[in-house]
Design a protein around this ligand. Structure first.
Ligand SMILES: [Zn+2]
Ligand SMILES: [Zn+2]
Length: 344
């Protein structure tokens, strides 16, 4: 009797089966893109601290199993019906902003970043910890030729967040801009700030980081372990902007007095405990504290183009997809220098 075997093309994925579970390497059927969606053959995916939202289930409403990853670089592999602005074979990425509805009040005003129904790659749908993924076409970012996949990936979250926060901070070339924290975000923040023409003060912990900060483009280094950073900034006239990247509300609170008149503390290091500030600290000198989240795919496109033209690059450690668990643990340890990237 004749039997027919239908070969189903499969791929590897690192999934989280329920909140708090370890990564599980599974074989999955390669998915087909629906209308308005594309399939990406993933080449690299950054491991970001915000992947913990998926891993731990701290983002409300996640459906499991879920594949994390929102720093995706790859090749357009298949186009769903209705996708005309992109070509198969094109190099593309997907970042934190994983799609928007085009219908809510913010979208109708062009403020896609604050879409009420924004989709997050690796949270709302399966992200880049796998060999192929499906993404809505509006989430795509073209990747310039000269950037390789592993370098481009972290620029789609850590990169765009620092680049976009700085370019919307109100600081002008020549202004004193401090970057607090020299880690996954900060090492990119220092580079962008330097290339924007700011006078860059890098604030880190310990004397041994000074040479790295300088190499990244800092004009000066403030060791917050041996110096009061706010006082050091005031001696220089006060910072126009302090980009707070290190996840420490206590450290951020201590920096408010380092702001000059009309200075702004730009907060991008995501933590849950409160920043403490007395109203008079803000009233004196009309200082502000502002939070900033990544940006749209168009902002990511600007980030990649600027990185290409200015030479800004992330410092990375790469791991194969199969070692997603190890890569994630390395990221969590805070010891990686500086962004961990999975390669397929
Ligand atoms: Zn991220
Ligand atoms: Zn919307």
């Amino acid at each position: 009797m004749a039997t027919t075997t239908i070969a189903v093309a499969t791929m590897k994925a690192a999934q989280v089966s329920c909140p708090g579970a370890d990564f599980e390497m599974v074989e999955r059927e390669i998915p087909e893109p629906g209308a308005g969606h594309v399939r990406i053959k993933v080449q690299a995916c950054g491991v970001c601290h915000s992947d913990a939202l998926t891993k731990d289930g701290s983002w409300p409403g996640i459906q499991y199993p879920r594949v994390p990853g929102h720093e995706v670089a790859g090749i357009l592999d298949a186009l769903g019906p209705g996708v005309s602005a992109w070509k198969k074979g094109q190099r593309v990425g997907v970042g934190w902003h994983g799609g928007h509805d085009n219908t809510c009040r913010e979208c109708r005003r062009g403020d896609f970043r604050n879409c009420r129904n924004v989709k997050v790659c690796g949270v709302s749908y399966d992200g880049g910890y796998q060999q192929y993924m499906i993404a809505p076409a509006e989430a795509l970012v073209p990747i310039p030729e000269s950037l390789n996949d592993a370098e481009a990936a972290p620029l789609l979250c850590a990169g765009i967040t620092t680049y976009n926060a700085l370019r919307h901070s109100g600081a002008f070339p020549g202004d004193l801009v401090a970057v607090q924290g020299i880690g996954g975000l900060g090492h990119l923040g220092i580079q962008f700030a330097s290339k924007f023409g700011y006078y860059v003060a890098a604030i880190g912990r310990g004397a041994e980081t000074a040479s790295l900060a300088e190499k990244l483009g800092a004009s000066l280094y403030i060791d917050s372990q041996s110096t009061n950073a706010a006082e050091a900034l005031q001696k220089l006239g006060g910072a126009q902007v302090i980009l707070a990247t290190a996840p420490s509300s206590k450290a951020m609170s201590g920096l408010v007095d380092g702001l000059g008149p009309n200075g702004k503390l730009m907060v991008i290091g995501a933590v849950f405990d409160p920043i403490e500030v007395a109203p008079v600290q803000l009233i004196n000198g009309s200082r502000t504290i502002q939070g900033w989240a990544a940006g749209t795919p168009a902002d990511s496109e600007d980030t990649l183009r600027f990185a290409e033209q200015s030479g800004v690059r992330p410092m990375i450690e790469t791991y194969p997809l199969e070692k997603a668990d190890e890569a994630y643990a390395r990221m969590l340890s805070g010891k990686a220098e500086f962004r961990v990237v999975l390669t397929m």
